[in-house]
Design a protein around this ligand. Sequence first.
Ligand code: ADP
Ligand code: MG
Length: 724
Amino acid sequence: MTGNTARVQAVQNITNRQPMPVKTPESLTSLWASDVFTLSKMKESLPKEVFKSVKKTIEAGEELDVSIADVVALAMKDWALSKGALYYAHVFYPLTNATAEKHDGFISVQSDGSVISEFSGKVLVQGEPDGSSFPNGGIRSTFEARGYTAWDVTSPAFIMTTDNGATLCIPTVFVSWTGEALDKKTPLLRANAAMNKAAGRVLSLLGHTDIAPVNSSCGAEQEYFLVDANFVNHRPDLLLAGRTLFGASAAKGQQFDDHYFGAIPERIQVYMQDVEEQLYRLGIPAKTRHNEVAPGQFEIAPFFESANVATDHQQLLMTVLKNTAKKHGLVCLLHEKPFKGINGSGKHVNWSVGNSTQGNLLDPGHTPHSNSQFLLFCGAVIRGVHLYGPLLRAAIATASNDHRLGANEAPPAIMSVYLGSQLDNVFEQISNGEITGSLNAGVMNLGINTLPIFSKDAGDRNRTSPFAFTGNRFEFRAVGSGQSVAGPLVTMNTMLADSLNWVADTLESKLAEGANLDAAILKTLKEITDKHGAVVFSGNGYSAKWHKMAVEERGLANLRTAADALPVLKETHVEELFDKLGVLSPVELASRFEIYAEQYILAIEVEAKLVVGMAKTGIYPAAVKYLSDLSSTINSLKSNGIELDNERLVKIAALLTSMMETAGKLDEAIRRHDFSTPEEHMQFCAKTIRPLMDEVRHYADALEGEVADELWPYPTYQEMLFIK
Ligand code: ADP
Ligand code: MG
């Protein structure tokens, strides 16, 4: 291996690395939720009446009785102290995709100088972190920076342990002192409540009398990359932006398909086990792990849980993935596109709605045509995606996710619904006005005697659809790997609430007109297919033909960049949707647009500055040194009578000149700040800054293929993706 000193040293460090000691895993029963203040732990430690009251709030969504907070706080503190915690923290989720926490000690100094540990109901229920440094999108000015955190009883408290000690963590919502939501959890709880109310209306029109609260569920499949920290430390782009802004493709990428589901490398498996052990302690049901398509890429998927808890757990999972990687000498990249030319990472959000009395409301059973309840809920989703597709697109719009969507590895930016052949057929019958039967799913005989006969899924898989029905749930596949799942879940629950209210209104009016229930249902379903069938698409979502047809014939939006998508948050019908369902007030929604737009602009500015810096201070010096070495060699050979043509010299010099010229233009573009609106500034980032960055990279990557490897300053794709 050649390479400059830093790169050689990095490879040496990795080669000589002592493997992490392999621990014998503890039994699942001793690990499971050992760091969570679970219902069963509450049952053990709380007086019966208090426990009953808390349980009601958690399970039936009843209002929290604040008078019991002192008793719960005491039990929680005793449990936390027994786990070695000296601090507690209100954990909340600001609008940055990150997790925030403010730590306070249990310590209380007494008048005689002694200390006791103290934790009252008041501080359990409410905290007041200084909110001024969190983005608020104009809701508050810094002089009125009060922000309040309030205990979310429905998500369990837990202990976060690091090598430096343990902290009791309490999931909370985060609101301004005027009561506006400043976080991702508040609207999620509100959207879920709105969906519950609307679902209850539909269920009772269908004749149900015993209807438990309807909740949404989420199972998120998380993709990520692991790169050795020795390399990352020499890549300013990975360190600051989480993705490579330069780098020529390695000779080998993912073309052999030899990584997907391959044997997990031992070092990685040790890491994964470490991650899973911590997740189990935290009560996070990690269930699936495997290599992903790209070299160095992996996936972890916990079993699904209620959307609110799953969202908190998703945040924790990302934290655990990152922190544990550090301990193993790795860096976990959650960026949607860390490496050019190979697949990026997404987060498939599996979503369903259901309750304990009617079960999963998106489960069709074996004969969907007879299951009108399922068809109404499924139809409501179709209506929602058709009416609010652009909003779904906006909910996943970030600078980093733009690299992935529509790049023939991830779903397109056009929001359509995939149902599968069986359901397609049922909805076709509906649009013809008569339901006769459902295509028999049939049995798929694999022809191998030792294997069981599988019952064939009623619908095949379709990897190219952003929003696919997968048997008993929908899978939103366009979500980015680094994102909180809260935004997508808020959007899905809100659009569903709106559609279910429409279904209930329509059923009510048809019944009032004298139709019987079956006829009213069929008419309602037919209205959905007639008006919203255009959003259903079963073909290849990657094809250019679809992109044209979707826009020109079906009238669907193709919002390619976040700059195109985020302004959807300002549209009147979106504002009305969130407002009428009590999910986000117009002020709250407007603040979200401001924040997301700002984050988009800032992310691109940071990257652009890195591009200029790395081109000038890393790549230019290396290429110039090579040019000077080469030309003196050519000259000295010449004096010895040997002619070496100087074609390479000329080529490298030309590339270098072009790179520096473009870097200069980019540098100038970053300095422009005279924009009248965030929309204009975002478009400038998308249409001017990004293409200039790509152009600088184009020349730099070509130089990487010309300049002597021993001079190249940055770890290469080959090193980062293949050396572990
Ligand atoms: P895939 O075949 O799509 O890769 P995985 O097994 O990796 O499937 O992940 C599927 C995810 O969907 C898991 O998190 C799983 O728990 C979740 N899931 C399964 N059923 C439901 C449901 N009814 N509602 C929500 N999520 C579900
Ligand atoms: Mg999946």
